[in-house]
Design a protein around this ligand. Structure first.
Ligand code: BGC
Length: 764
């Protein structure tokens, strides 16, 4: 429903029977753990919310925080979803989630989570998509649009910069504005502008000292005023500190409830004039809007469990990433198979915490392998226990089975106690037992495939060389087992690509020196350089790069071309490339486009993902993929201008199969149409004046005088030659013009201050 229609309906309802102050205050704090207050007099029912994001955690008893939840499909978590790089699959996921919400009487799903993976140590990374805001934004937008098309709301979370679990309720993220805009807000911005989520969930943490729930600049100026968000901002559960301050900042709904003292505080604040009733009315309008939209969708229609299980399998299938393969995969008439590892019978399908779904059923890999290869050919050893201690007997048993088999399939899941909401990971390792197991098995059986169930990157330095193949299956959802087995046996061709870099070691990671923070503050010292932006800039090798993923076929890229060599930023440019499946198996390629800015007035990442497409190709088939790169593909956020800007200049458009596998490059010239005000001020340096288009013409005569004046003394034996002219001028390039003039004050017709004021007037 269009925003103006909702506004009209809400206004009408309120005008006919105006809400009392008490009713309004009560509406802005939850009536229970999962529901808003009903306003019966106005016929407004409660809005029911539940987690999210990869399946419904609809509690059986909505009056508690922790009751068992009703069965729902457990889809793969966001790490796996993101690795599909498939927006149409995200739409199918959204549709299925909406059907389950309707079946379970849920109005708003608390997801998706679109925070950035700043460090692979974040305990909640399994719930987040990527280290790249473009990819996260595209996937989250598809998800939100699909859920909401079906008449169910979403809650885009956690807004914003919620990138760690350590001290998550209070930690202050010390981040500069450009980094915030380009990395930590960009995915939210896209989803808000493109998909119009019904609600946005405000994060627990602080940003630059202010709790997000009290952050007026974040919630009102940026989200509502600048991006045009017309839904309701809801708090993360327990994120509100001062209800009145939060309302003034733009936090519409506090969850969970009931909290009578909060309601009383709001009533009192309006009465004593501390809180403008207009601010309260605005929040009421937004919450009523959500309630009204929710009421349009009749609930209770059952969902098709079988069809959703099949969809969960398809998502897992497309998200599995074949990290390494020396040719062993796909398995063909493998003979006797040793299946090793607890995860083969107890797969890790999701992470721990608020997103935990009660699955409708769970497949396991051992059963699927036995069905496919025949029970007689398959042996099984547990390999590691649920405890974290070393158990040599389990390793010995596994080694014996591996030796007696033609191939070993080693299933390893990071224990849930290591990766969870609420705390971060201590390191990037598998457990000591798991590492010892992989080393022992691969030592006797070179034909070993390691299949990982992890929510984020792990390091593999101790064992990766010994494994013939490595498959990352993530937290693969309830139907993931079938997909893994299909990939192993070539019944599907892996097409997942990493949405996060796998580093060689923890100490290489971008936030290593600034994580998890101390004294209540975590400094985002790496700026916008997270993920591949960091490894690119440092020219640092990684284990597996962003965008990486192998296939059982090969793809060739050819005839890259652009619609224009020179273009205006507002028009953008089209980029096409022909992609051919050069192998003998049908497969899908993820074509990735990165943009490299050759020169900019601020330091920029070497390249940034700005478009992608997943294409299916039969053997020998060629397709042309075309991308349109608009203003934002070339822009960066300029903190001094307080906006996204473009600058004239040359850009390289890099097309490839991963951040480290660029196949074609096209160069183009962008003409900026922006008429930006000059940033020159009293403190600007000579270099800054010369770099400014208007400033240059004004300062040039003065600059020439300086060069002439710095003619330098002739060299002799005692005094080695001094830099002269231009060379000498370099030493003053980074001095403020005002300071340079002060050196020559005696020769000036006016004071240096007056001269600079005059120069500045000339550039306005
Ligand atoms: C989590 C949210 C979740 C909420 C409700 C919070 O602790 O951070 O992601 O939606 O609980 O369960």
């Amino acid at each position: 429903m269009a925003v103006f229609e909702i506004d009209a309906i809400v206004d009408q309802a309120c005008a006919a029977k105006p809400m009392t102050l008490e009713e309004k205050a009560a509406l802005c704090t939850g009536a229970g753990p999962w529901q808003t207050a009903a306003v019966e007099r106005l016929g407004v029912g409660p809005v029911t919310m539940c987690d999210g994001p990869h399946g419904l955690r609809r509690l059986d008893d909505l009056s508690t925080m922790t009751a068992p939840s009703l069965p729902a499909t457990c889809f793969p978590t966001a790490s796996c979803q993101a690795a599909t790089w498939n927006t149409s699959l995200m739409e199918q996921l959204g549709e299925a989630l909406a059907e389950e919400a309707i079946a379970l009487g849920v109005d708003v799903i608390l997801g998706p989570g679109t925070n950035m993976k700043r460090t692979p140590l974040c305990g909640r990374n399994f719930e987040y998509f990527s280290e790249d805001p473009y990819l996260s934004g595209a996937l989250a937008s598809a998800y939100v649009q699909a859920v909401q098309r079906a008449g169910v709301g979403t809650s885009l979370k956690h807004f914003a910069a919620n990138n760690q679990e350590y001290q998550r309720f209070n930690i202050s993220v010390d981040v500069d504005e450009r980094t915030l805009r380009e990395i930590y807000l960009a995915a939210f911005e896209r989803v808000v502008k493109e998909a119009h989520p019904w609600t946005v969930m405000c994060a627990y943490n602080r940003i630059n000292s202010t709790h997000c729930s009290n952050h007026r600049q974040l919630l009102t100026q940026i989200l509502k005023d600048e991006w045009g968000f017309n839904g309701a901002v809801i708090s993360d559960w327990g994120a509100v500190h001062d209800r009145v301050t939060a309302l003034q900042a733009g936090l519409d709904l506090e969850m969970p409830g009931p909290k009578p003292h909060r309601v009383d505080a709001v009533v009192a604040a309006v009465r004593d004039g501390t809180l403008d009733e207009g601010a309260l009315d605005e929040s009421v309008r937004r919450i009523l809007g959500v309630a009204h939209q929710a009421a349009q969708t009749p609930k209770g229609h059952p969902f098709d469990e079988g069809a959703h299980h099949a969809l969960a399998r398809r998502i897992a299938a497309e998200g599995i990433v074949l990290l390494k393969n020396d040719g062993l995969l796909p398995l063909q008439s493998p003979g006797r198979i040793a299946v090793i590892g607890r995860a083969a019978i107890e797969p890790r399908i999701q992470g721990a915490g608020s997103s935990h779904v009660n699955p409708t059923r769970v497949d396991n890999c051992l059963d699927s392998i036995q069905r496919l290869a025949g029970e007689a050919r398959v042996t099984y050893a547990e390999g590691y226990s649920s405890e974290l201690d070393i158990d040599q007997a389990l390793i010995d048993e596994a080694v014996a089975l591996a030796q007696a088999a033609r191939v070993a399939l080693l299933f390893v899941a990071l224990p849930p106690v290591i990766e969870s909401e609420g705390y971060d990971r201590p390191d990037l390792n598998l457990t000591a037992q798991q590492v010892a197991l992989i080393k022992a098995v691969t030592a006797v059986q070179p034909r070993t495939v390691v299949i990982l169930n992890t929510g984020s990157a792990v390091v593999m330095d101790q064992w990766v060389d010994g494994a013939a193949a490595v498959l990352e299956a993530w937290l693969m959802g309830q139907a993931g087992a079938g997909a893994v087995v299909d990939a192993l046996f070539g019944r599907l061709n892996p097409s997942g690509r990493l949405a996060e870099t796998f580093p060689r070691k923890l100490t290489d990671t971008p936030a290593y020196l600034n994580f998890p923070g101390e004294n209540g503050v975590v400094r985002y010292g790496e700026g916008p350089f997270i993920g591949y932006r960091y490894y690119d800039a440092r020219e640092m090798p990684v284990l597996f790069p962003f965008g990486h993923g192998l296939s059982y076929t090969t793809f060739a890229y050819d005839r890259a071309r652009v619609s224009a060599r020179r273009f205006k930023d507002v028009e953008g440019v089209a980029l096409s490339v022909d992609v051919t499946n050069t192998g003998d198996m049908a497969g899908q390629e993820v074509v990735q486009v990165y943009v490299h800015d050759r020169e900019a007035s601020l330091m920029r990442p070497v390249k940034e993902l700005k478009a992608f497409a997943k294409v299916h190709l039969e053997p020998g088939e060629t397709t042309t993929v075309t991308f349109h790169l608009g203003f934002r593909a070339f822009a960066f956020y300029h903190p001094a201008h307080q906006r996204w800007i473009t600058e004239d200049g040359q850009f390289d458009l890099l097309i490839g199969g991963s951040a480290a596998d660029i196949r074609c490059t096209e160069s183009v010239t962008l003409e900026s149409t922006l008429d930006l005000p000059s940033l020159l001020n009293e403190e600007s340096t000579l270099r800054e004046w010369l770099a400014d288009p208007q400033g240059k013409s004004v300062i040039q005569p003065l600059f020439e005088q300086i060069v002439a004046h710095l003619g330098g003394a002739p060299a002799n034996r005692e005094h080695p030659p001094e830099p002269t002219g231009m060379d000498a001028a370099r030493s003053v390039l980074d001095m403020p013009v005002l300071s340079i003039l002060r050196f020559r004050e005696d020769a000036l017709p006016a004071t240096p201050e007056d001269m600079v004021a005059w120069l500045l007037e000339e550039v306005q």
